[in-house]
Design a protein around this ligand. Structure first.
Ligand SMILES: O=C(O)CCC(=O)C(=O)O
Ligand SMILES: [Fe+2]
Length: 362
């Protein structure tokens, strides 16, 4: 699944153990100083006209609607995606089973310092002075090695569920990608790895880079002082996200006129998946689509929240550069970003986080 070469990009940026091991949330009655965030920017979100657009994939106008949503919001809620609810529920159940294990058991599947997969805090942690109220588990392809550590005699169900979900997500993300390109009037032939369905999908140089991220935001004794996941953009082309029903937390940043931006809550909509534009799509679309800044606040009702993010990008060695739409072929369009391989960009992001996109700008 394109993991070998991408893992190399992470290996070049090893992390300190204090930036990998999560707090033992189960035995923490108060929020420790290390996890207290200043909240001068207010954790509650301002009212803004309108919610995140909802797009049904079966809508004949889906391309236009997705395009408009990606330009103005950098995200949308996706309906009619065809992923069986039963599979989504099973993934969430397995995530609950994993994060419900005792801390010392979870640590057996800890991400290694230069590793990309396994149990640990969010990768963005070293860029902030405070820790987040969050624990995660990253999967690329088969999670069997880590799952065996967690459940020596009961890892099969977890592995089967995660592999089957990733297969379905891959097909869905391919389709969403095609529709998003159509909305930009860009031919999918420009992306060899997307256009050529006959390529061996398991060959690392031609398969998209993908990862599945399970997130847990444990019940918090003082939700107003903690931060679930600090503001960030996703690195790849797009992210397909499932979030626990009825539990708020995800917020996206939206321009709100001359006064700057405001946080808009993305409430779990029945059966919908959230699609986010990532940095590489901002580059590919020459800035027409916005890589959306988002964060997760800790749920006020003290219920544990889960989310499952599927990150989807081109093959690791693919050079991403702004693509022209067919209507622009004979016009002079100034590229706003230089060409960058996926692997190189992952490295730049690992070192610079929110400055990464501006370093690619020309
Ligand atoms: O938990 C969420 O809703 C968002 C997760 C997220 O942004 C991520 O994993 O990158
Ligand atoms: Fe994210």
């Amino acid at each position: 699944m394109g993991t070998t070469t991408l893992s190399e990009a992470y290996r070049d940026h090893p992390l300190h153990l204090r930036h990998i091991i999560p707090l033992d949330f189960g035995s923490t009655p108060t929020v420790p100083e290390s996890h207290v965030w200043p909240h001068s920017d207010g954790f509650s979100s301002a009212d803004i006209s309108g919610d995140l657009p909802v797009v049904d994939m079966r809508d004949p106008d889906a391309a236009e609607l997705m395009g408009r949503a990606c330009e103005t919001w950098g995200a949308f809620q996706l309906m009619g995606h065809g992923i069986p609810m039963k599979l989504i529920e099973e993934v969430e159940l397995e995530a609950r089973r994993l994060f419900g294990l005792p801390a010392e058991q979870k640590l057996k599947a800890l991400r290694s310092p230069g590793g990309a997969t396994g149990y640990g805090v969010a990768r963005i942690t070293p860029f902030f002075t405070k820790y987040m109220w969050h624990e995660g588990f990253t999967i690329m392809g088969s999670p069997i090695d880590h799952a065996r550590e967690l459940w020596p005699h009961g890892y099969q169900q977890f592995c089967e569920t995660m592999e089957s979900y990733q297969k379905q997500m891959k097909l869905l993300a391919d389709d969403v990608m095609r529709i998003m390109l159509k909305s930009l009037n860009i031919s999918e032939q420009e992306l060899s790895w997307l256009a050529n369905k006959n390529l061996n999908q398991y060959h690392t140089t031609t398969a998209p880079c993908t990862a599945l991220q399970l997130n847990s935001y444990p019940s918090c004794p003082d939700p107003n002082r903690a931060m679930g996941l600090a503001p960030h953009t996703d690195t790849f082309l797009l992210t397909v996200l499932h979030q626990t029903a009825h539990i708020d937390g995800l917020q996206i940043s939206k321009e709100a006129g001359p006064t700057g931006s405001t946080w808009v809550p993305v409430r779990p909509a029945n059966g919908a998946l959230v699609v986010n534009v990532g940095d590489l799509f901002q580059i590919l679309s020459n800035g027409r689509f916005t890589s959306v800044v988002h964060r997760v606040v800790v749920n006020q009702t003290r219920r544990q929240r889960f989310s499952v993010a599927y990150f989807y990008g081109p093959p690791a060695d693919f050079a991403v550069s702004p693509l022209l739409s067919s209507g622009q072929q004979d016009q002079v369009v100034v590229p706003r970003y230089r060409s960058v391989t996926v692997k190189e960009y992952v490295g730049i992001k690992a070192k610079n986080l929110d400055k990464a996109l501006s370093l690619i700008k020309i």
